[in-house]
Design a protein around this ligand. Structure first.
Ligand code: TA6
Length: 274
């Protein structure tokens, strides 16, 4: 069964969100797509969507143990409950929730609730709150794995991470960022810095500003040639049209949540003309 997204419109933007994974699929401002989607993406229940903003929870990638499946956790494959919208005119907020009642195996023997507000307008503003509704503490990783549309990934520059230490997942080594980030090969880096970056895109003639509250990490990912060719849901030549700039708390920055506590992660994406 092919999934169908909900459509949202304001005076300047159009957006689509799947209840599947509470997955923000598209966001276009003044008719220009800002988020990227693969034309090869699965669009069916039980499978991950390739593009937009996957919600990675309660683990990132294969998790801290390195063997957890599905990749990036079960929340992005779950049917979230759509709670409705608020606002209107210049900005609209769509609200979703997912709880341990619906996904008991995500964190066995724990009670939790994810509350997710997606606000679309002249900015894209995501707010994900995690609440521990149980009587025992638990820890989790979380990332908003945003795929951005760019004119040519080989010609963009990403400012705002200079001097930050990072794990290079391609080489397995820890490095320190010198100057702007550019994409010259497969790039898969977890920075120990909250996102406050500007992606300058000379081909599309725009800059994208990404900021966050509550994230200890920025993840930058472009699969380049070989990794793209190896993914069935990723077109072999699509890597030149995207870059992921993700906000999260992953690896050593995983979050521990006491009973009754809650934490939130906010992700803001704004378009600036260059
Ligand atoms: O965020 C970067 C990353 O962890 C890469 O290592 C790569 O696996 C990417 O996510 C895509 O993950 P996915 O499970 O959506 O194919």
């Amino acid at each position: 069964m092919t999934l169908e997204p909900r459509q949202f419109h304001t005076d300047r933007c159009d957006a689509e969100i799947f209840d599947h994974g509470a997955h923000v699929w598209s966001w276009a401002l003044d008719g220009s797509p800002i988020l990227w989607q693969s034309s090869h993406s699965y669009l069916e229940a039980g499978k991950p969507l390739r593009g937009g903003v996957p919600v990675c929870w309660p683990w990132f990638g294969p998790g801290r143990t390195g063997d957890q499946v599905p990749a990036h956790g079960p929340a992005r494959l779950a049917g979230w409950r759509f709670l409705g919208t608020s606002g209107g005119g210049a900005r609209t907020t769509a609200s979703y929730e997912l709880s341990s009642d619906a996904l008991p195996d995500a964190l066995p023997d724990q009670q939790w609730r994810l509350s997710y507000d997606v606000t679309v307008g002249e900015k894209l503003e995501l707010a994900l709150m995690v609440t521990n509704e149980g009587s025992t503490p638990f820890s989790y990783e979380l990332a908003l794995h945003t795929y951005l549309a760019v004119g040519d990934s080989r010609r963009i520059s990403i400012a705002g991470l200079e001097g930050a230490s990072y794990l290079d997942k391609v080489t397995g080594r820890r490095e320190v960022q010198a100057g702007d980030v550019t994409i010259t090969a497969e790039t898969d880096r977890v920075y120990d810095r909250s996102p406050d970056v500007v992606v300058t895109d000379p081909v599309l003639g725009r800059s994208l500003r990404i900021s966050s509250d509550g994230a200890a990490n920025t993840v930058v990912w472009n699969p380049w040639v070989a990794k793209s060719a190896a993914m069935p849901d990723f077109g072999a030549d699509e890597w030149t049209t995207m870059v992921c700039i993700e906000a999260g708390n992953v690896l050593g920055q995983a979050v521990s949540l006491s009973p009754g506590a809650r934490t939130s992660l906010r992700y803001h994406l704004a378009v600036e003309r260059s």
